[in-house]
Design a protein around this ligand. Sequence first.
Ligand SMILES: [Zn+2]
Length: 68
Amino acid sequence: MMFEDFIEMLDKPRKSRGGYMARCPAHDDKSPSLSVKSADGKILVHCFAGCTANEIVTSLGLNLFDLY
Ligand SMILES: [Zn+2]
């Protein structure tokens, strides 16, 4: 999947250093905790509240293979 398409699935994505920040779909996120970056053709997701990448993509109706 394209990085831009993934960003469009997120809630209120905002550009940040090297990528985007958005509200995490895997927990009740009050402020943007989800970091999304593109690297080597992969989409890297990281939730600062501790959700796993698998929990995040599952919440979006995707699976981890969609990130590569
Ligand atoms: Zn989260």
